[in-house]
Design a protein around this ligand. Sequence first.
Ligand SMILES: *Cc1c(COP(=O)(O)O)cnc(C)c1O
Length: 380
Amino acid sequence: MALEYIPFNRPYATGKEHGYIQDALDSRYVSGDGRFTKLCHQWIERRTGCARALLTHSCTSALDIAAMLLDLKSGDEVIMPSFTFVSTANAFVLRGAVPVFVDIREDTLNLDERQIEAAITPRTRAIAPVHYAGVGCEMDTIVAIARRHNLRIVEDAAQGIMASYKGSALGAIGDLGSFSFHETKNIMSGEGGCLLVNAPEFAQRAEIMREKGTDRGRFFRGEVDKYTWQDIGSSYLPSDITAAFLWAQLDQAEYITGERLAIWDRYHAMLAPLEQRGLLRRPIVPADCGHNGHLYYVLLPQDADRNAVLKKLREAEIQAVFHYVPLHSAPAGMQYGRAHGDLARTIDLSARLIRLPFWIGLPEQHQQRVCETLGAILGR
Ligand SMILES: *Cc1c(COP(=O)(O)O)cnc(C)c1O
């Protein structure tokens, strides 16, 4: 009997997307900052406590605005993990700044806060922690370091919606934060993102930069009688069609997160025996972190051949993937960034990581098959 193919991701729709998009069309307003964008902004502001939420085309563009807001000069440095997506670094490199890559923690795979201070130089301006898998970085320590050295914090919370650290929403702790609504994220609109402005002094400029450097937002609120070029900026507003789609998802955020956590918990229970046998390591979530079931990964033993494992999973009709090629080892990372220390954990952990199929509706039998197949491959 042919095995049913288990894809890595399957975008989830709540069923309300079409209706809301139709509403947007019927209202005859489908460009940026319409009714649905406002609903999304309000929801994110209430839910996270950020001073200002601003929808963007992507998390990448939210990070771009964040980097612009910091007024970085050529050669300024931003501390970040090497174990992250390219956008964390690109945003700052586009401003002429240098990413300084610091190693990650063994347990969460997040920026190792104990190594940040040693990487600070007179040129350091900001820290960009990334909340991998929706598990918070050790933010109390990172905030304290930032205060001590007068640095800004830009949180890459691309994976962090509905997740928290000591009760605070990820993305709403640093000066600025960002969410992604890309298809592969928990809450999505195909492509999409949001800038979270937490330090209120950035709010007005953020709005202007997002509107091509104009004060169009103030004009529409009747605060100025014409709008003009005020600052640098670009076009970052998603259409209200995108926002209508996103609203259908935000509205169901509790349900979506609950479903994902149930899938995560099932994997975690099913894989406990393999961990006991020393065949893999499961994710570790510190007690202070309320995660959001964004993804489930396992770490293979040091001597395992990851490519061979992925290939055998593929042969068993299971699509599993790896995550990230460390930035400091990539061509642009070497050109534009600088490694702090040997990044031994980044190199080791990133080479051993496998992400398992994860999507709402993933049947329990599929999860069972993934875990059994993994056990058979690794136990051989
Ligand atoms: C997905 C992701 C991004 C990029 O998000 P986009 O919305 O696709 O631009 C950035 N950083 C991290 C950590 C991500 O996971």
